[in-house]
Design a protein around this ligand. Structure first.
Ligand code: NIG
Ligand code: FE
Length: 386
C-alpha cells in the first residue's frame, strides 16, 4: 500500500482525546496516510518516510468537516421567499411545499446532478462527510427516488417523509402513508428516520408514531425540534434516547436538563437563524449544562441555502458564544458522533484519512477570517480531492 507523509504542518487539529485540550493540537506536526487511513500522527521531526511527500509549508491541517444535517435532494430555489423574509415576512414550514412541486417535476438525472454540484461545493469548503435527507418528495415514489439519489453520495441517508403534510392531504392519512407504504419503499435506501416536529408540521404524538415505525424497519431516529417554537420535540428525543436532535432554538430549562441527562447531541444550525432572522440557539447554555453540541449546515433551499461549515463555525463563535475550539470540535468530532461514526472527525492512527489543509497558520482563522475561502487542500479517505 502506498503511503503519503504530510510534513510542515504548523498546527494540526487531531480531536484525539488522548492528546491535550479539546481539539488535541500538535504543533510542527506530520501525518502519514496509508491507503484510506491515517497511519501515523506526531511531531514532524519524528515522522517516518513515505513514498510521497507533501509539505504543508507551516499551514494548519484539521479533520474534514462532518456535516450531519443537510437536505440536498431538491429542485428549484426559493430566493424570492428569502428576499421577502429580509423585508419582514416570517419563515414558516409551508414554504417546503413549493420545493416539493419542483422536486416532483425533476428527473432522477436532474436531481442527481444537482446533488453532485452541492457535494462538490461542500467539499471545496472542507466537508468530507455529509448526511443527506429526503423530504421534498412526499409521495412513495418521490421519497424512494430521493433517497436512492442521496445514497449515491453518502451512507448517511435519512428518510424525512414526515417533513410537512402535502397540500390537499388529510394529516392522519398522510402519517399512515409515511409509516406504511412510503417507509417500506424508503427503508432500503435509508439508515435514519427524521420528523419535522413543529407547529405547522407534525405533533409530538405523530413524531413518536413515525419514529416507532422507522425503528421497526431498522431505521434509527433523529428529529427536527424546537426550531420555530417551544414544543415537546426535544423532550421526546431525550426520552427516546435519540443520538441527536436538531435545531434546538427554543429551549426550556426542562429541555436542557433532559438533553444533559440523556446524552442526546443538540445539533445547532446557525445558518438557519442567519437566513431567517430568528434568534440564535443558546449554545453556551447547552455547553455549560454538559450537553454535547454539534454544528451542521442544514443546507436546504428554504430556511438556509448555505453549504458552508466555515460560515457556521464563524456564526457559532461570533453569535453563539462558542469558543473557536468548541465550534471546530462541534463541526468535526461531535458531528461524527451525531451520525454514530467514530472513524471520522478525528485524526489518529486507524481513522479515515479525511484531512483539510487551510491557507492559514491556525484553525482560529476559520472564525477570525469569516467569509474567506481558506480551504486549500482536501484528502478524502486518503485521496487528494482538492
Ligand atoms: O431544517 N425545518 C425543516 N426543514 C428544513 C427547512 C425546509 C425548507 O424550508 O425547505 C430545515 O430548516
Ligand atoms: Fe433540516
Amino acid at each position: 500500500m502506498s503511503a503519503t507523509v504530510i510534513t510542515g504542518i504548523g498546527e494540526l487539529v487531531t480531536n484525539d482525546p488522548a492528546r491535550e485540550g479539546l481539539v488535541g493540537l500538535v504543533t510542527d506536526a506530520a501525518v502519514v496516510i496509508e491507503g484510506s487511513r491515517v497511519a501515523w500522527v506526531g511531531p514532524a521531526a519524528e515522522a517516518p518516510t513515505a513514498d510521497t511527500h507533501v509539505d504543508a509549508g507551516g499551514r494548519a491541517v484539521i479533520p474534514g468537516f462532518v456535516d450531519s444535517h443537510s437536505h440536498l435532494v431538491f429542485a428549484g430555489d426559493r430566493a424570492a421567499e428569502f428576499a421577502a423574509r429580509m423585508t419582514g415576512e416570517p419563515y414558516t414550514a409551508g414554504g417546503i411545499r413549493t420545493t416539493v412541486a419542483a422536486t416532483r417535476a425533476a428527473t432522477d438525472e436532474q436531481l442527481t446532478s444537482h446533488v453532485a454540484r452541492l457535494v462538490v461545493e461542500m467539499r471545496r469548503q472542507g466537508t468530507t462527510t455529509v448526511e443527506i435527507k429526503s423530504g421534498y418528495g412526499l409521495s412513495v415514489v418521490d421519497e424512494a427516488r430521493s433517497l436512492a439519489v442521496a445514497r449515491l453520495f453518502t451512507d448517511a441517508t435519512t428518510f424525512l417523509g414526515a417533513h410537512v403534510v402535502p397540500a390537499d392531504t388529510d394529516p392522519d392519512a398522510y402519517v399512515a402513508l409515511v409509516t406504511g407504504p412510503m417507509l417500506d419503499a424508503a427503508a432500503p435506501h435509508a439508515r435514519w428516520i427524521d420528523v419535522f416536529c413543529e407547529e405547522g408540521a407534525f405533533s409530538v404524538d405523530q413524531a413518536r408514531a413515525v419514529l416507532a415505525a422507522g425503528a421497526a424497519h431498522g431505521l434509527r431516529g433523529r428529529l427536527h425540534a424546537n426550531q420555530l417554537t417551544y414544543g415537546g420535540g426535544v423532550l421526546l428525543a431525550a426520552e427516546l434516547g435519540l443520538v441527536a436532535v436538531d435545531h434546538c432554538t427554543f429551549l426550556s430549562d426542562a429541555d436542557v436538563e433532559a438533553l444533559s441527562d440523556s446524552g442526546t447531541i443538540a445539533t445547532l444550525l446557525p445558518g438557519v437563524e442567519f437566513s431567517t432572522r430568528q434568534p440564535y440557539p443558546d449554545a453556551r447554555r447547552l455547553l455549560d449544562a454538559g450537553v454535547r453540541v454539534a454544528l451542521a449546515s442544514d443546507c436546504n433551499p428554504g430556511s438556509c441555502f448555505t453549504s458552508s461549515v466555515p460560515l457556521c463555525i464563524a456564526l457559532a463563535v461570533r453569535e453563539m458564544r462558542m469558543s473557536p475550539a468548541e465550534a471546530l470540535h462541534a463541526a468535526t468530532a461531535v458531528g461524527a458522533a451525531a451520525l454514530d461514526r467514530d472513524d471520522v472527525g478525528v485524526l489518529a492512527p486507524g481513522k479515515q484519512a479525511d484531512l483539510v489543509l487551510l491557507d492559514a497558520p491556525s484553525y482560529l482563522h476559520l472564525a477570525y477570517r469569516p467569509g474567506v475561502p481558506l480551504v486549500t487542500g482536501v484528502w478524502q479517505a486518503g485521496r487528494p480531492v482538492l
